[in-house]
Ligand binder design. Structure first.
Ligand code: C2E
Ligand code: MG
Ligand code: MG
Length: 740
């Protein structure tokens, strides 16, 4: 297994995967046919060659046997008979009446005649090193080589006939392919031996031997090598025939293979085509919503994944906006008119979204009444415009089954890569933005990381904030409140301050809302409350008759432990209940007015007073003011800051003061930033004031240092100074933009 070159296999399969399946199959079939043909051709040719060889050798064997038999018959029937009659065989039989040729001469003659008669099918000839006729001597290379082989098998004076192995070779010459075959023709009978031995002793033969370089006077024993019979069989004719047969056979095999392969190809292609169609259908269903035909969540995620991957791999810096849409009131239509009608409305809505987006982006249905749109490379203005078009088209009436129905839509948008670097994070951000829109007054909202408590940065801050609360490292700054009538500092407002290790200074509204979202608000309130109460008690003990105002969050009011928390705080710090003012905003109370009233009353019964903070910024509902056990109204700084110059603000401030008076509440004007505002508030006899013009929020030790100088001020002096800035009141060292 380890020998397999995996990278190579992977590279090959990788290359193959780019080629269409049909081409792969066709190429494989063609290769198969070629290989089958080649192998068939090689096997058939080889086996035919072997058969030819075998048959040729058999033929050679037959010819040799026939020739030997013919000579033997001649020798026993003719020569022996004539000898018995007193005549015989003679070398010179032609000149000797009653004599016939020697058996060896007979064999030569037979070979000559048979060659003429068999139409070139084969030829045989007796040859020998000692043959006196040159055409029957050893004349060519094959004969030399083969004669040597036979000589090596020869033994001197064997007692029994030797086992001769024929020698053969297939060679190509000018006549073509031929089988050359040589087998021993030993001295088979004593007469044959005698005759040849006698011949060798003749003077003329000895002379001929010397002339031709052969050792004269050779004497044979029975069975020794005397001569040989050479058979030559031309194979061309039979080879051509075999080739023809091979070709025919090959064509048949090829035909059958091609038909078989075509059949297999047809079945495979047919099956592939069917599977392809089915796969495409499945892929469509896997990527599209069956009701609206729009791409589904899976397709959306694939598109976003591609975008994220391309951005990572190619660092193209492409941007995109993911827009989330949720139809408002759709559930109502479904519930009241049924799913069939609901489906029709949904389909119409989907078409309208797709038309509004047109070619600008990719629309998908996420399920239910949720849709998403990917808008690549669009500016914020363009996205705003497209979101507007979608909202406009969605709110147009839907005429379905005689009903005229209407829908709303909440749209949220998140930016890639600014808000998120991954698909899941981008989806989450767009979802958060959509919910912001749903819970707010507007149809459309962009994702805001600051208000996303689950954003990674907020998760880090969450841990840091928890640590700060646990380690009591949150700061509390104090901002004085003054009574305009006496010029005396009546109390201070405790304002939480936090420097996050990762983000630096974090504005209180941001970390307070984070604490609310992550369940830390009760601990935070408890911490600020205890710090503020003990600090105030310290100043009171120093002789400054001050109250302390602590801000409460909506969640504190819905927490049943608030009364206990406050009574514990008062008892541990020793602060009189009358010196503690708890500030609640209108929104805090209005979310669950019954419950708020209950908790407020319980706390009020301890002797603690309540102040309505930021009055005018929210509901400004008069009805609840009557119901709540509050004793102070802090008018929002939005009406105070420019009251010196704005007639409209002046009217509101005057009216609110009137209202406070009528309800028996003390009015505090917060956000006094200049002498004009202070002047105006003095002129209308506002009860109390708070603002940068008088004093910025200060750390406890700093305020303590200044208390002897600032616990009292003279409005007249301030007014007279004309400087627009209270002389002894310095600023808190926090960034202006963050403090604002
Ligand atoms: P708030 O309770 O209305 O507090 C007054 C805010 O107005 C403070 O902002 C203060 O610094 C600012 N301010 C005071 N005078 C002026 C002025 O003349 N001009 C301007 N432009 N601003 C002035 P800060 O400290 O940033 O606090 C913002 C809000 O955070 C507070 O509004 C309060 O709602 C909340 N907050 C602060 N500390 C706590 C706390 O301990 N608990 C809770 N639940 N909320 C807190
Ligand atoms: Mg406040
Ligand atoms: Mg306020």
């Amino acid at each position: 297994m380890t020998a397999i070159n995996l990278p190579l296999v992977r590279r090959l399969t990788g290359k193959l995967s780019g080629i269409p399946l049909r081409i792969q199959i066709t190429a494989m079939c063609c290769s198969f046919v070629v290989v089958v043909s080649l192998v068939t051709w090689i096997i058939v040719s080889r086996s035919q060659e072997q058969v030819i060889q075998f048959e040729a050798l058999k033929l050679a064997d037959i010819v040799v046997n026939q020739a030997a038999s013919a000579r033997s018959a001649y020798s026993s029937l003719a020569v022996s008979k004539l000898k018995a009659d007193g005549l015989g065989a003679s070398e010179f039989s032609a000149d000797q009446p009653g004599h016939i040729p020697l058996p060896a001469q007979f064999l030569k003659d037979l070979s000559f005649r048979s060659q003429q008669d068999n139409n070139g099918l084969f030829s045989f000839r007796p040859i020998s090193k000692w043959n006196l006729a040159p055409e029957h001597g050893i004349r060519n290379k094959f004969q030399e080589w083969a004669w040597e082989q036979l000589e090596s098998q020869n033994r001197r004076a064997p007692e029994t006939p030797l086992e001769w192995t024929p020698v053969w070779r297939i060679s190509e010459d000018e006549q073509g392919k031929v089988l050359r075959y040589l087998t021993a023709d030993p001295a088979a009978s004593p007469s044959c031996v005698n005759c040849h031995n006698a011949l060798e002793k003749r003077a003329d033969v000895i002379a001929k031997r010397i002339a031709s370089g052969v050792k004269p006077g050779n004497q044979w024993q029975l069975h020794e090598l005397l001569g040989a019979i050479e058979i030559t069989i031309p194979l061309d004719r039979v080879a051509a025939l075999a080739r023809e047969q091979t070709r025919d056979g090959l064509l048949i095999v090829l035909g059958i293979t091609i038909i078989g392969v075509c059949g297999v190809c047809f079945i495979v292609f047919y099956d592939v085509a069917r599977t392809h169609a089915a796969t495409e259908k499945l892929a469509f269903h896997a990527n599209h919503d069956s009701l609206t035909g729009l791409p589904n969540r899976f397709a959306l995620e694939s598109t976003l994944n591609e975008l994220v991957m391309e951005n990572e791999e190619q660092a193209r810096g492409e941007s995109a906006t993911l827009v989330f849409l949720d139809l408002d009131n759709f559930k109502q239509i479904n519930d009241t008119l049924g799913h069939e009608t609901g489906d029709k409305v949904l389909t119409m809505g989907a078409n309208r979204i797709a038309q509004a987006v047109a070619a600008d982006g990719f629309v998908a249905r996420l399920g239910g009444d949720e849709f998403a749109v990917v808008l690549p490379g669009k500016s914020v203005e363009q996205v705003n415009a497209i979101a507007g078009q979608i909202a406009d088209s969605i709110i147009q009436p839907y005429e379905v089954e005689g009903y005229k129905l209407s829908l709303g839509v909440s749209i949220g948008a998140a930016l890639f890569p600014e808000n998120a670097h991954s698909t899941s994070e981008l989806l989450r951000c767009a979802d958060v933005a959509m919910y912001t829109a749903k819970n707010g007054p507007l149809t459309f909202a962009w994702y805001d990381p600051a208000s996303d408590t689950n954003a990674v940065s907020n998760l880090v801050m969450k841990d840091e904030l928890r640590e700060a609360i646990e380690n009591d490292t949150l700061d509390v700054h104090y901002q004085p409140k003054y009574c305009l009538n006496t010029g005396r500092m009546t109390g201070v407002e405790a304002l939480a301050r936090w420097h996050s290790p990762s983000a630096g200074f974090v504005p209180p509204d941001v970390f307070i809302s984070l604490a609310e979202h992550v369940g830390l608000i009760n601990d935070l309130t408890s911490l600020i409350l205890n710090n503020a109460a003990s600090q105030c008690q310290r100043w009171r003990q120093m002789g400054f008759d001050l109250t302390v105002s602590v801000n409460l969050s909506a969640m504190n009011l819905h927490d049943g432990t608030l009364p206990t928390l406050i009574s514990n705080c008062l008892s541990t710090t020793g602060l009189p209940a009358s010196a503690l003012i708890l500030e609640v905003t209108e929104g805090t109370v209005m979310t669950d007015i019954e419950r708020a009233c209950e908790v407020l009353s319980q706390v009020r019964s301890l002797g603690v007073t309540f102040s309505v903070d930021d009055y005018g910024a929210g509901y400004s509902s008069l009805s609840y003011l009557n119901k709540l056990p509050v004793s102070e109204l802090k008018l929002d700084r939005a009406f105070i800051t420019h009251v010196g110059s704005s007639e409209k603000d002046a009217v509101i401030v005057r009216a609110t003061l009137e209202l406070a008076r009528n309800l028996g509440l003390t009015m505090v004007a917060e956000g006094v930033e200049d002498a004009a505002a202070l002047d105006f508030l003095c002129s209308i006899h506002c009860d109390q004031v708070q603002g940068y013009f008088l004093c910025r929020p200060l750390p406890a030790h700093e305020l303590e240092r200044r208390l002897p100088y600032i616990h009292r001020f003279s409005p007249v002096a301030l007014h007279d100074s004309g400087s627009g800035q209270a002389s002894d009141l310095s600023s808190e060292e926090i960034p202006r933009d963050k403090a604002a």
